[in-house]
Write a protein that binds this ligand. Structure first.
Ligand SMILES: C[S@@+](CC[C@H](N)C(=O)[O-])C[C@H]1O[C@@H](n2cnc3c(N)ncnc32)[C@H](O)[C@@H]1O
Length: 218
């Protein structure tokens, strides 16, 4: 059995990566754009940026919800959090709240309209963290998740790249075949959206309201 995500390892990983992180992620901007688009944000919405890192998604989320909306970013790494905090200060965004905590113990003081899990494999593979986030979403809220996943078994060049990237950016290879599987228990109308990059998935869905039908296209 593959090991589960490890918090201490993740903290050490992002302590080292924080300074270079934004440059390293530049190639994945098309994925971010498409994932945020899946959230169908409306002016005035509240959105959770789960594992927000240095806050690279905040500008797009801010455009989506407008100045009347609210954004809550959750990030456990102090070094990544500090860069997100500086980004918020630089842009003078007054409607962004940043929580420096592991997702499972973050005090989320709202019921949100949407949640983004962008390159957060460790969080997606932690059922309690997924449940905690979904518990702070309204029925029908939009959820988008994106990140690394195994390609077809014969696609060894892609899988080699996925393996390298996962060793560098996650603390567990567990669940890389279907990283969104824990989300499926909470969402309906889940769709695998075409991704601009091989070895990267984008999944979107809506939080189930009681008694609603579960439709999955993944
Ligand atoms: C690959 S980065 C993605 C950052 C951001 N979402 C982006 O798209 O640029 C993963 C982030 O998740 C954070 N993270 C990992 N496990 C976490 C947890 N359990 N709670 C909160 N943050 C976590 C890491 O510290 C890191 O900043």
């Amino acid at each position: 059995m593959l090991p589960q995500p490890n918090r201490q390892m993740a903290l050490a990983q992002y302590r080292l990566r924080a300074r270079f992180y934004d440059a390293e992620l530049a190639a994945f901007e098309p994925v971010r754009l498409r994932s945020v688009g899946c959230l169908q944000l409306q002016p005035g919405n509240t959105v959770l940026d789960v594992g927000c890192g240095t806050g690279l998604s905040l500008e797009l989320l801010h455009k989506g919800v407008g100045p009347q909306g609210q954004i809550v970013g959750i990030e456990q790494s102090p070094e990544m959090f500090d860069l997100a905090r500086r980004r918020v200060a630089r842009h003078k965004w007054r409607n962004v709240t940043l929580l420096n905590a592991p997702v499972a113990s973050a005090t989320i003081a709202c019921q949100a309209d949407a949640a983004l899990f962008h390159f957060t494999h460790d969080i997606l593979r932690h059922p309690d963290e997924v449940r905690h986030v979904v518990g702070h979403l309204k029925p029908g809220a939009h959820v988008a998740a994106a990140g690394l996943h195994w390609g077809a078994p014969w696609d060894w060049p892609t899988n080699w790249l996925v393996w390298m990237a996962a060793m560098y950016s996650t603390t567990s290879l567990e669940g890389l075949a279907q990283p969104w599987s824990h989300l499926l228990q909470h969402l309906g109308a889940v769709q695998l959206v075409p991704s601009p990059i091989h070895g990267v998935f984008i999944v979107c869905g809506k939080v189930l309201s009681t008694g609603s039908e579960v439709v999955h296209h993944v």
